[in-house]
Design a protein around this ligand. Structure first.
Ligand code: B12
Ligand code: SF4
Length: 471
């Protein structure tokens, strides 16, 4: 058996956090200077804010089979290394970037390279992927990836590898960075301690892909990983768990044990943390600098309409204040346009952001992602603006286009109301104000807010163009 080389590829999406480019950037009226400026800014945004490696591909490349070498190519930051020979390419397919993934698969296959497709889209829509790869991996590939590599060595790749039960995270699996270009990133310290989500928000598909039961890694295994990651990269850690405080007992124990490591870290949590002083203390003392919290709507009725029942609105403000008082910055993620939202929501949002001192607000539009509950419901209700069969139309973007009709606000009123809101929230003056009052990481808070001035500005232009099209 001769050795095989495998290239693991992460795709760059056209927009979203991969660099907000105008959805209209192909248009000639954009001009050469405009396009150049956009490209430069897009690059800055990608590198400054979201330059972390794909953990999925780090995990796969750490499953080592004798005779197979694996390399990661992250197309957000690197070019495809086609000057080398590859026996097989594994592409991670995300729902909003299916088109570039399939185009790449076609091109690689035409060069004689076997293509394996995996990732969220393949797991949820395997039938739509079947013709685009030599093999599909359906589900979390932590364990089955060994079998795929062994079959490659034998020249017996199967058309489908289906994971029938979720991998047991309590088994020790070492994640290494050997297949990564460490210098491409803002940090490479990405760690996941749990998988799965007990909640069922209908705009999300984490619970569809990873199940409702929270699966934990063991604390010693996480500590060993942090220790080994620190040897290669001393920079900040990202805990990628969707809710890093989902199991409060586990989280408190883990982060207390992390205190002696002296790291700084960021993650995603629910605001319920603000009501748990001991847990908050463990977070702050273990080096937590900032948390992203999903607030969505300030109207409970809206959150309930989207199956989000945790975090009642009335407790949010006090929780956020407590988190910030513990010295942790808060990125508050909102969605304007949920089912019970009215035109009063912008005023409520602005007051809330002021009252709580949220350091970085994210004012999102609801993006119905194929494979989520809300997508199916809006399709049934006839509220999607594109055919539900056309998944490419539901691409990733950054508040740049409406993909559905809000329930209680006409589109013609909603778009001006949203653009006026982001125009007021994201100004250079507000960026400075938020940086000055941030409990820590002031320059990062300033930079985030400043880049948002640009990103939401681009988004407003796209949205207003869409509004003209409706008219
Ligand atoms: C960290 C993160 C990011 C980071 C890093 C990107 C990344 N995907 O690694 C950043 C900030 C850049 C980011 C960006 C975006 N993200 Co994001 N992100 C996450 C988050 C929180 C963790 C991802 C992760 O590392 N998971 C852990 C790994 C182990 O799981 P995994 O990626 O699913 O991989 C497993 C399997 O899918 C499979 N697999 C994956 N790839 C491959 C490839 C092959 C060949 C094989 C065989 C198997 C395989 O095996 C892996 C191991 O079990 C997830 C939520 C989540 N829980 O996954 C959202 C999530 C992936 N993001 C999401 C979204 C919407 C976005 C953005 C569009 C946001 C925006 N508006 O711009 C962009 C898209 C960027 C892009 N190019 O795809 C959605 C995707 C929905 C979907 N169905 O595709 C998710 C699921 C969040 C959600 N609530 O819905 N994100
Ligand atoms: S949005 Fe967060 S809390 Fe809601 S289902 Fe998704 S991962 Fe769970």
């Amino acid at each position: 058996m001769s050795g095989k080389s495998v290239l693991l590829i992460f795709i760059q999406a056209d927009s979203g956090v991969d660099g907000t480019a105008s959805l209209d950037s192909a248009s000639p009226k954009h001009g050469l200077f405009g396009s150049l400026k956009e490209r430069v800014l897009s690059n800055v945004i990608r590198r400054a804010q979201f330059a972390i490696p794909p953990l999925s591909l780090m995990i796969l490349s750490s499953v080592q089979v004798t005779g197979v070498t694996q390399t990661i190519c992250d197309l957000r930051f690197e070019r495809l290394p086609l000057d080398r020979h590859w026996d097989m390419a594994g592409i991670s397919v995300q729902t909003g970037a299916v088109k570039p993934a399939f185009e790449l698969a076609r091109s690689l296959r035409s060069k004689g390279i076997k293509v394996v497709l995996g990732g969220p889209y393949v797991t949820i829509f395997p039938e739509r992927c079947r013709d685009h790869g030599d093999a599909l991996v359906i589900g979390e590939a932590d364990d089955i990836w060994r079998e795929v590599q062994e079959d490659l060595l034998l020249g017996e790749l199967k058309a489908e590898y289906r994971v029938t039960s979720f991998p047991d995270l309590s088994l020790d699996r070492v994640v290494g960075k050997g297949a990564l270009d460490i210098g491409s990133y803002f940090t490479t310290n990405v760690v996941q301690t749990t998988r799965g989500c007990p909640y069922s928000c209908d705009f999300c598909n984490v619970h569809v892909m990873n199940g409702h039961r929270l699966r934990h890694r063991t604390i010693p295994s996480v500590l060993r990983e942090v220790e080994s990651f620190l040897r290669e990269d001393k920079r900040i850690f990202f805990f990628l768990d969707d809710t890093v405080n989902a199991d409060e007992h586990y989280a408190e124990k883990l982060f207390r044990e992390l205190i002696p490591f002296g790291i700084s870290w960021v993650g995603q949590a629910t605001t319920a943390l603000g009501e748990k002083p001991r847990l908050l203390d463990a977070f702050a003392r273990s080096g937590c600098g900032a948390l992203l919290v999903g607030i969505e709507s300030l109207a409970d009725g809206s959150n309930h309409a989207h199956q989000k029942f945790h975090n009642p609105a009335v407790r949010q403000a006090a929780c956020i204040r407590n988190i910030r008082e513990a010295g942790i910055c808060v990125y508050g993620s909102f969605i304007y346009g949920l089912d019970e939202d009215t035109l009063d929501m912008p005023r409520m949002l602005e007051e809330f952001i002021e009252e709580t001192g949220i350091d970085v607000p994210g004012i999102n539009l609801l993006r119905p992602i194929p494979g989520t509950g809300v997508f199916d419901r809006l399709a049934l209700e006839g509220r999607l603006l594109h055919s539900s069969d056309d998944h490419d139309a539901f691409r990733f973007s950054w508040g740049q286009e409406m993909l559905y009709r809000p329930q209680r606000i006409a589109l013609e009123e909603f778009i001006p109301s949203y653009t006026a809101l982001t125009g007021r929230i994201f100004t250079v003056r507000n960026a400075l104000k938020r940086a000055m009052r941030a409990p820590r990481l002031r320059s990062a808070v300033f930079m985030f807010n400043l880049l948002y001035v640009h990103m939401y500005g681009t988004a407003r232009k796209d949205l207003l163009r869409q509004l003209e099209d409706f008219a």
